[in-house]
Ligand binder design. Structure first.
Ligand code: XMP
Ligand code: MG
Length: 178
């Protein structure tokens, strides 16, 4: 275990088994279709890379980068698209891949933005769901794991841009924050 972790919530093998299962479910559901996978950077990079290799479908891959300023007193709740959205999702079956659904503010903003492009369908797939923190009315169509209210890192998720490369998902020691 990494020295900065208090405990491991999901080990590499548990994550891998669940992601494979999610891939099988999506493969069945989208049989005969060619969905576009939309990776929300950077947190969903690892999840997307693993999940897409369990999709037996002719899919394509796109990404958008969002910046959330929800912790800044000056602009509470503001979210910006940090990379230009030059995607064309018109008429496409879109599978949005997100690392974690927390308050729902990021995804609520993102879903509204993407709807403007008139996709044929949109499905929200999240690796982790923290339902106890929800503020915006967003629910995922497929969830990897439902978790309690703890700040997690690893498998793409960061604290201060670090720990994204950990193969497991875990909770940091309180001393790391102070
Ligand atoms: P909201 O609250 O808008 O947040 O649903 C979603 C985004 O916030 C980040 N987030 C986390 N990142 N560990 C992280 O590393 C966490 O426990 C956590 N909770 C929320 C994340 O970027 C997500 O896309
Ligand atoms: Mg994120």
């Amino acid at each position: 275990m990494h020295k900065d972790l208090d405990y491991v919530m999901f080990d590499q093998e548990t994550i891998s088994r669940r992601v494979e299962e999610m891939g099988r479910m999506l493969t069945e559901e989208y049989a005969g279709k060619s969905p576009v996978l939309l990776c929300i950077m950077k947190g969903s990079l690892v999840f997307t890379a693993d999940l897409m290799r369990h999709l037996d479908l002719p899919c394509t891959l796109e990404s958008i980068t969002l910046s959330s300023y929800r912790d800044m007193a000056t602009r509470p709740g503001a979210i910006e698209v940090a990379s230009p959205v030059n995607l064309d999702l018109t008429g496409r079956d879109v599978i949005i891949l997100e690392d974690i659904l927390d308050t729902g503010k990021t995804l609520s903003f993102t879903l509204n933005l993407l709807k403007l492009q008139n996709p044929a369908s949109m499905k929200l797939v999240v690796l982790l769901d923290k339902p106890s923190r929800r503020e915006a009315p967003v629910e995922a169509d497929l969830v990897g794991f439902t978790i309690p209210d703890a700040f997690v890192v690893g498998y793409g998720l960061d604290y201060d841009q670090k720990y994204r490369n950990l193969p497991c998902i875990g909770v940091l020691k309180p001393s790391v924050y102070s």
